[in-house]
Ligand binder design. Structure first.
Ligand code: CAO
Length: 419
């Protein structure tokens, strides 16, 4: 499918975002065909251009992996001329997205009221750490702060260790994905009403949305005093707060991470093993314990739970001479829900993830080839083509010329460091 036929072709997005939460949202819109213009501080740009660099002077992978398929305009929106250019862009845009610290947009003069005056059809997407009603709404927030405020940290990790952060970007990219859904919804709404609206997503709220099963567990705990799928049941103790459950399954099917051949030297020689209620019989066959299938001490979930770790120990004996891949290849034939614990190297070089374009190799100006994520959303009529990220200000001249600025005007603006 050519770029002009992509579903979001013709949608103009001003990407006034930085770091991860905002850029992840606008990158998704760009993949699906929107014209996404990143507005960045002259000479500085998105802070991630310089964060965790692997080569001196090159845009860092942190930046290139969150800003593919976009264009870049250098613009100081705090100067009168810069503000006037931004207003021209807003007048003709469909979407404006920002994720600055609390109050920054208002301080620049871009209040929601002013944005509506400039363009009543504008969909304005905004990310903050906390929502407007929150008593923490004045606080700046990064990923791990959101994971702590959103319930993820208190419920992740082991009961005898501290609250733990997940490596998955529950606060950042997850919030960006929520915002993208909100923006697309507002665009659908605009098609009916002709009016834009403000779409706000807080990082705390987005994390809470993903922690809904823990909110389920809090209520179950209050009703019955225990949580039977947690390792604390039945021998440990429960308080009135959802505990950390280690690697226990979060649904009705118990599971755990189990050692495979080589675990002594390879920190990822493990599989996730699920004891699925409806497939207990085949599971017993798979692990060489057919006698457990009808044994009353093993045959029901309730009977197994008091000695579930003994059962996992036995399964680990069975796994001792099998690699994680060999084990999964056997277990899959018996319908056991399982997977190897894949390390990032295995993911980076997995040929099937390359074939599905979930992981893609992209050409980046100055850098050359690098690996990044492709769209995890697969469509039947197109596959988003992932391109490189823009250099800082790569499209400044082209954008200003289209707005009617002459080469002389642009040179003057550059001299005054407006662009
Ligand atoms: N021209 C002129 N000024 C610009 C500009 C431009 N093109 N782009 C940004 N600025 C200004 C902002 O207006 C702001 O100025 P003031 O503080 O004077 O109002 C300033 O740059 C810095 O903005 P900031 O507060 O967003 O930056 P920070 O580095 O201090 O904080 C962060 C970063 C992420 C903590 C904060 O932006 C935040 O809390 N954002 C909301 C939550 C969020 O999205 N976090 C996700 C981050 S991903 O981990």
């Amino acid at each position: 499918m050519s770029d002009t036929n992509l579903p979001l072709a013709g949608i103009k997005v001003i990407d006034f975002t930085g770091v991860q939460a905002g850029p992840a949202c606008t990158q998704l819109l760009a993949w699906f065909g929107a014209d996404v213009l990143k507005v960045e501080r002259p000479g500085v740009g998105d802070v991630t251009r310089r964060q965790l660099r692997d080569f001196p002077d090159l845009d860092a992978l942190y930046f290139t992996m969150l800003n593919s398929n976009k264009r870049s305009l250098e613009l100081d929106t705090k100067t009168p001329e810069g503000k006037a250019i931004m207003e021209k862009l807003i007048r003709e845009a469909d979407v404006l997205v920002e994720n600055f610290g609390p109050g920054a947009m208002d301080r620049m003069g871009f209040t929601w009221e002013h944005l509506q005056e400039l363009n009543p059809r504008l969909v304005f997407g905004s990310v903050k750490g906390f929502n407007e009603q929150s008593s923490y709404s004045d606080i700046k927030v990064y990923e791990n702060v959101a994971q702590c405020a959103g319930g993820a940290a208190s419920t992740t990790g082991f009961w005898d260790g501290p609250p733990t952060i997940s490596a998955a970007a529950l606060g950042d990219s997850n919030t960006g994905m929520h915002l993208a859904i909100g923006i697309l919804t507002a665009l659908m709404g605009r098609a009916k009403t002709g009016k834009g609206q403000k779409v706000s997503v807080s990082m705390q709220d987005a994390v809470i949305n993903l922690c809904r099963v823990k909110l389920r567990d809090q209520q179950r705990l209050e009703h019955v005093g225990y949580l039977e799928e947690y390792p604390q049941y039945p021998h440990g103790t429960f308080t009135d707060v959802v505990p950390r459950g280690g690697n226990a399954g979060g649904g009705g099917q118990p599971g755990w991470i189990l050692k495979c051949k080589g675990w002594e030297t390879d920190p990822n020689a493990y599989i996730y093993f699920t004891v699925q209620e409806q497939d207990w019989g085949p599971t017993c066959q798979a692990i060489g314990k057919p006698e457990w299938a009808d044994d009353p001490a093993y045959a029901t979930a309730r009977a197994r739970q008091p000695h579930i770790f003994q059962i996992f120990d036995e399964i680990e004996h069975w796994l001792a001479d099998k690699t994680k891949f060999e084990a999964v290849n056997i277990l899959r034939k018996f319908d056991v829900p399982c997977a190897p614990v894949l390390n990032m190297k295995e993911i980076a070089y997995d040929p099937t993830l390359r074939a599905s374009e979930t992981i893609v190799e992209v050409e980046q100006k100055k850098r050359g080839k690098f690996l990044t994520v492709g769209s995890p959303i697969k469509f039947s009529s197109f596959t988003p083509a992932i391109t490189g990220a823009p250099l800082l200000g790569e499209h400044t001249d082209e954008v200003l010329a289209r707005l009617g600025y002459s080469a002389g005007d642009i040179a003057r603006l550059r001299e005054k460091k407006v662009v």
